[in-house]
Design a protein around this ligand. Structure first.
Ligand SMILES: N[C@@H](CCC(=O)N[C@@H](CS)C(=O)NCC(=O)O)C(=O)O
Length: 202
């Protein structure tokens, strides 16, 4: 088994944090996104989408999509349950993880992809769409601050994959100057708590 990773990118970080929370160690190979190694034939044979992370199994199967990889490890090792523990809990965690991915993470990476020089010439960029994503991301952070007024973590009172998705998205927002505002005290308290877990360094 091998995890194709990029230390600089937020999606691979989701998987590294997930593995660290589970206490699972997997051999890792870094793929150089700056040199666009992920867009060249050898990597495209593993993942035609050209994105990281990708998990390679011993039978040659390649699993892309961060959440698919995390689900694989959750099934292999259910403890601690990061996708929820019973039917209701699983559904609630799924709801929050989807919100964190679709509403927060994607707005932040959408801003980066459409406004940052890194992607100039790599993908078609639409600056106005990037700014729309920025504004959506800022609104979502304000909303998240309200959500966190009555709970410790995003999906309730236990750390889950929804916290991992939100943390990786929000930390990556700094590159595009999307940051937690001084008045967003609940969000700041949550961010401090999840950032101080040892897994956050993974
Ligand atoms: N939906 C995918 C997104 C993967 C993705 O966009 N990865 C980024 C890094 S965060 C990437 O490989 N970017 C390089 C590129 O698109 O060339 C997932 O959840 O893993």
């Amino acid at each position: 088994m091998k995890l194709y990773d990029s230390k600089m990118a937020p999606n691979p970080r989701r998987v590294r944090i997930f593995l660290a929370e589970k206490g699972i160690e997997v051999p890792v190979e870094q793929v150089d996104i700056v040199k666009a190694e992920n867009r060249q034939a050898p990597f495209l044979a593993k993942n035609p989408m050209g994105t990281l992370p990708v998990l390679e199994l011993d039978d040659g199967t390649h699993i892309a999509e961060s959440i698919a990889i995390c689900r694989y490890f959750e099934a292999l090792q259910p403890e601690p349950p990061l996708f929820g523990a019973d039917a209701k809990d699983v559904a609630v965690v799924e709801m929050w993880n989807r919100r964190m991915e679709l509403e927060v993470f994607n707005a932040i990476t959408g801003c980066f992809r459409n406004t940052h020089d890194f992607f100039k010439g790599r993908i078609p960029q639409v600056a106005e769409y990037g700014e729309l994503c920025r504004s959506a991301a800022e609104k979502r952070l304000a909303w998240l601050d309200e959500v966190l007024a009555d709970r410790e973590f995003i999906a309730g009172n236990r750390f889950t994959v929804a916290d991992i998705t939100a943390l990786c998205g929000i930390d990556f927002g700094r590159v595009s100057k999307i940051v937690i505002q001084p008045e967003q005290k609940n969000l700041a308290r949550w961010h401090e708590a999840v950032s101080s877990r040892p897994s956050a360094k993974a």
